[in-house]
Design a protein around this ligand. Structure first.
Ligand code: K2U
Ligand code: ZN
Length: 176
């Protein structure tokens, strides 16, 4: 029950463009019910990250697991994650998004970030992140602010990618 998968919203669903709200005292039960389901949804996609808005929740909650296939799973649940610092140095990596299936593009982001968040029990945590973890965290926190990876592309590239996605989703619904 608790780890029943959830449907992942696809662009252009407007709920992907809303700013999620801070998790506050009283949200504990909702978060404890949602987090395992987000992890189950992420692993089934498969993905290495997922943000609550992608499953229709406006809570500032993200889950991720960047452990490789050979390593044991290392799931993380981050409540109210916040980037507190970012290097001027940038890094480019090809990104995808479970809400824009089949679309990929190179995205430039700060190479290293400082992050703070809360655990489910409310304890405050801080860490530095770079590489795939750093990109995944920035990608997921973007989702909490209604920002998608295509927003970091030139207008030309963004429009090409969104047109291609719309065409593919239309063809898919026609085939279904
Ligand atoms: O938020 C999401 O849509 C899940 C994203 C997270 C992500 C995007 C780009 C770079 C890192 C993480 C992905 O769809 S998860 C799929 C994936 C798997 C391995 C490497 C990159 C992306
Ligand atoms: Zn995404």
């Amino acid at each position: 029950m608790n780890d029943e998968k959830l449907p992942i919203l696809l662009v252009p669903d407007t709920r992907l463009r809303q700013k999620a709200r801070l998790i506050a005292p009283g949200d504990e039960d909702a978060v404890r019910a949602l987090a395992p389901r987000m992890l189950a949804t992420m692993y089934a996609a498969p993905g290495i990250g997922l943000a609550a808005p992608q499953v229709g929740s406006n809570l500032r909650l993200i889950v991720l697991d960047v452990a490789g296939k050979e390593e044991p799973p290392a799931p993380m649940i981050l409540v109210n994650p916040e980037i507190t610092a970012a290097t001027k140095e940038m890094a480019i990596r090809e990104e995808g998004c479970l809400s824009l299936p089949g679309q990929y593009a190179d995205v430039e982001r700060p190479a290293r970030i400082k992050l703070r968040w809360q655990e489910l029990d409310g304890s405050k945590r801080e860490m530095e992140a770079e590489g795939l973890l750093g990109v995944c965290l920035q990608h997921e926190i973007d989702h909490l602010n209604g920002v998608l990876f295509v927003d970091h592309l030139s207008a030309l590239k963004r429009n090409m990618l969104l047109r291609k996605l719309a065409k593919e989703l239309k063809a898919k619904t026609r085939d279904d």
